[in-house]
Write a protein of this length. Structure first.
Length: 270
């Protein structure tokens, strides 16, 4: 039996007041793949994630999740199936790193019930995966931006959902942790069949780690499919209005993209 897509959108629109941000989106995102959502600022990437998460409702069209209308799920059901890593995580209370990661298990706990040994084991494994074991007792308010990002990624790992939604997951990470995080996510997809949908700005990281790519342009799907077919010089030129060269890099074995401004003349600064 064929699995239903993770997400299916049929003619989906969404607006902020008079401004239409998502226009007639028609696509399917398969389960068991690492999907990159790409495009310039204002293209509708974060709004699309909010629609996936049920934070916003389509004004038109149909949106399904794992073969059912998204609106048919309760918030608890969605929290068990879908984990979110937002761009920013603001917390004022000095919860420890361990306590924040344990919050990822809350959708799976009975009301007022204590965490089980399995819950605690998932937390310990998530802390280890994100290189946070030595920080487990530290208050999250004492951490740097990059360290906090790793904590929230660990919380999503502990949540253990079938689908992970990531909004610029490596934005605050140094190169080592960015590479190790994306490699970990890629392994979860390949080894455990997880589905990951990530908004990304770095096209080279998307080329190196993701299976599928979706280019949004002015609220519409400009191109979607395998990364190697989407990350072309023509698509990049249309979506970002820059010149690029796309080649397979012998060191990483993936596409490597270099850029230069699409300007045809020097600006007049006099």
């Amino acid at each position: 039996m064929t699995e239903p897509p993770a997400f299916s959108l049929l003619g989906v629109d969404f607006s902020y007041g008079p401004a239409t941000v998502i226009r007639d989106i028609r696509m399917e995102l398969a389960q068991g793949s690492f999907h990159a959502v790409l495009g310039p600022n204002g293209a509708g990437k974060s709004t699309l994630l909010d629609l996936f998460l049920g934070f916003k409702k389509p004004e038109k069209g149909e949106l399904s999740f794992l073969g059912r209308p998204l609106a048919a799920y309760s918030r608890t059901e969605l929290a068990r199936l879908m984990a979110l890593v937002p761009q920013e995580y603001a917390v004022q209370f000095p919860f420890t790193v361990h306590e924040v990661v344990l919050m990822g298990r809350h959708p799976h706990l009975s009301r007022f019930g204590p965490p089980s040994g399995e819950d605690l084991d998932l937390v310990d494994r998530a802390l280890k995966a994100m290189d946070l074991e030595s920080m487990a007792a530290k208050p999250i308010t004492a951490l740097s931006g990059g360290e906090k990002q790793r904590v929230i990624l660990a919380r999503a790992l502990a949540q253990d959902g079938r689908v992970m939604i990531l909004d610029e997951p490596t934005a605050n990470l140094d190169i080592r942790h960015a590479l190790s995080t994306l490699a970990l996510i890629r392994d979860l997809v390949r080894d455990q069949g997880r589905t990951v949908v990530a908004v990304m700005h770095d096209l080279n990281l998307a080329a190196q780690f993701c299976d599928q790519a979706l280019f949004l342009h002015q609220g519409r799907v400009h191109a979607a499919g395998p990364v190697s077919e989407v990350l072309t010089e023509a698509n990049i030129g249309t979506v970002f209005e820059v010149e690029s060269r796309v080649r397979v890099d012998g060191f990483t074995g993936s596409q490597n993209i270099t850029f230069r401004s699409g300007r045809t003349h020097e600006p007049d600064i006099n």
